[in-house]
Design a protein around this ligand. Sequence first.
Ligand SMILES: *Cc1c(COP(=O)(O)O)cnc(C)c1O
Length: 338
Amino acid sequence: MSWVDLRSDTVTRPTKAMRAAMLDAEVGDDVYGEDPTVNTLQQRLASDLGFEAGLFVPSGTQSNLLALMSHCERGDEYIVGNDAHTYKFEGGGAAVLGSIQPQPIVQDANGTLPLDKVAAAIKPIDPHFARTRLLALENTWHGRVLPADYLRAAHDFARERGLALHLDGARLYNAAVASGVQAREIARHFDSVSVCLSKGLGAPVGSVLVGSATLIDKARRWRKVTGGGWRQAGMLAAACTYALDHHVTRLADDHARAARLADGLKNIPNVNVLGLHTNMVFVDVPADRLRELDNHLRAASVRISIGYLPTLRLVTHLDIDDDGVTRIIEAFKTFFAA
Ligand SMILES: *Cc1c(COP(=O)(O)O)cnc(C)c1O
């Protein structure tokens, strides 16, 4: 039996049709700007999202890092959620490699950074302080879609205070599909947006950073400095373009399956469904039974991550179909019935 893997939407494998698109890709040397398939992907995503330029990079981590390093200089500061990926899960890259000071803000439960707290964290212009340059948001955050009126308010606030605004939009398209809007409606509030093609969109590798031509020129330089200049990357870019063509609207299926999963788990004794957000279901189970639960699920070919005890994050994606959801619910039921 094949695995039903709920650990993350990063585990998707390229489909047959995506592999065919990769095989057929025209390629060239991207350091010379000569890979036509990379160029097409970059231009397409930039124009889809309403920006001048795009830059294809191996990972969302690098894309965010390049954005931070392109907006900020040594001794500058960026304001970020204390539980944001950029701050917490990227090895502190902005500080390590960019000499950029992070100023974390405790987020509200919906993922927003209260703007009065952001305002209070902005440093005066004075040699004592780092220079506050940038506000970084994340959408979706733990599957949650940031409210549209918050995005507008954050945009107006950033303009008023002279800050640039970056979006870690690793799952931008989940947010757009869940809200029933075009992704550019979300992206237009920002000066730069990083999008992951390798999460729910199902490409094997790749993120794209979009922004102004000037910003993307700086980002290209930093990509080189951080070792990320690549050559015939068109085969990977072809997978990403395929994902944008074929895997965006189907994200609604992942959201529907997450809803079915939450519904199927909610009446099982000892299983407490804490939240359902886009393609993620958050569940509490008794901490002393977690290891045993993990073993039971593995025996049923269901994989979960038990890294964040005792709350489980269950993520639906391209490689989990309706039968997979049924298998997960059954496996939880048989465990907690015992
Ligand atoms: C996965 C993720 C990233 C980083 O992407 P990688 O390709 O894994 O480096 C950044 N931000 C968020 C919100 C993510 O979920």
